[in-house]
Design a binder for this molecule. Structure first.
Ligand code: ATP
Length: 349
């Protein structure tokens, strides 16, 4: 019987393990042995000293206990060497040597490009969108996104309780790279007053003006939810020049951060305190929500079904709430308009 292989690549996301388990169950049903490839495409470089350095046999006994675990059991990593055609050719040859008839790649758009390149070299691949960022436009949700917004929602609710108690505003930075979806959904679900996203240009003075307006109208405990990618979409602001006269220790050229932003807002809005929190990696390492786990289960099943029907070079996603698949190249070209209506509603525009 030829083998099926599975790997997780890019940033880890809650639900990756659940997807691996679902692939394992599908493979077991088809009586196809499953090989787990460790550390994304790195496991295909043939660098391990022993077979076990790069691979693991994933029989049902091995995987059943990992379904609910956060992180990824197979490990994940970036693999810049995989951008080189000669390296990919060696990887494809290695997969053929191992009699791999199909590969499931769980990752983001970079990983999908890698999968597409392997398809061109004769390795049938299926992609499952594993990233908390929700930055894959072809699908309504990616694996881990629902967990991330739930983690952020819990964090912001707790922060708003203390903001209320102390009557002080709070800046909360969430993940999402260049996609503002985590920030947008977190702000909407917590009643936060201001959301800042990379999709919309913004200025420090603009946010300070808005915060001042809220303070003047009696709201001295507003929450500003900001996506991590916003520091790059911010119109230039010299945090060094601004904070230095206040005796703050800031170094010239130091980039803006949630902490610095809170310091600036405190001064621009005349508040005793503006605090900041970076929710950080708790978003990536959390236990998957049932929504993410369900998507992982359905996606793993569909991946195996497609490979069994000799369909490859496809990615799995959610459209109108239902699981579907489409060609990788089309998926990577998809464009999803930013939800400006929700953005305007949150910011009271
Ligand atoms: P995340 O959204 O979590 O960052 P991602 O899959 O987009 O996930 P990347 O770092 O962009 O993360 O890509 C993961 C890996 O995919 C890269 O380290 C590389 O091995 C492979 N990859 C990325 N781009 C390409 C490409 N153009 N050709 C071949 N392989 C690629």
């Amino acid at each position: 019987m030829p083998n099926i292989a599975v790997l997780t690549s890019g940033g880890d996301s809650p639900g990756m393990n659940a997807a691996v388990v679902s692939v394992a169950r599908g493979a077991a049903r088809l009586k196809m042995p499953l090989i787990g490839i460790k550390r994304g495409f790195n496991g295909l470089l043939g660098k391990g000293k022993t077979w076990e350095d790069d691979y693991i046999r994933l029989d049902l006994d091995t995987v059943l206990d990992i379904a609910d675990l956060p992180g990824t059991y197979l490990r994940t990593a970036r693999c810049t060497e995989f951008l080189e055609p000669a390296v990919r050719e060696r990887a494809a040859a290695l997969l053929k040597e191992m009699d791999v008839a199909g590969l499931v790649v769980i990752g983001g758009n970079g990983s999908f490009t890698g999968a597409m390149r392997l398809c061109e070299l004769g390795i049938p691949c299926i992609g499952i969108p594993g990233t908390i960022d929700n930055d894959l436009a072809y699908t309504e949700m990616t694996l881990g996104f629902d967990t991330a917004i739930n983690v952020c929602t819990d964090a912001v609710r707790a922060i708003r309780a203390t903001s209320r108690s102390h009557d002080r505003p709070h800046v909360v930075e969430v993940m999402g790279r260049n996609c503002g979806d985590i920030a947008l959904m977190t702000a909407a679900s917590t009643g936060s007053e201001i959301v800042v996203v990379p999709e919309v240009k913004w200025t420090v003075d603009g946010i300070a003006r808005e915060l001042n307006r809220l303070i003047e109208s009696g709201n001295t405990r507003a929450t500003v939810v900001i996506a991590e990618g916003c520091w790059e979409s911010m119109k230039p602001f010299d945090v060094y020049q601004f904070l230095k006269p206040y005796g703050k220790q800031v170094f010239e050229g130091e980039p803006m951060s949630a902490n610095r932003f809170a310091s600036v807002l405190k001064r621009k809005c005349g508040m005793v305190e503006v605090r900041s929190t970076v929710v950080g990696y708790t978003q990536r390492g959390a236990q998957p929500t049932s929504r993410d786990s369900t998507f992982a289960f359905e996606a793993g099943q569909m991946a195996m079904e497609l490979l069994h029907r000799n369909i490859s070079n496809e990615v799995i996603g959610i459209r109108n709430g239902k699981i579907f698949h489409m060609p990788i190249d089309k998926a990577l070209k998809a464009h999803r308009p930013f939800n400006k209506t929700l953005y305007n509603q949150i910011n009271g525009l």
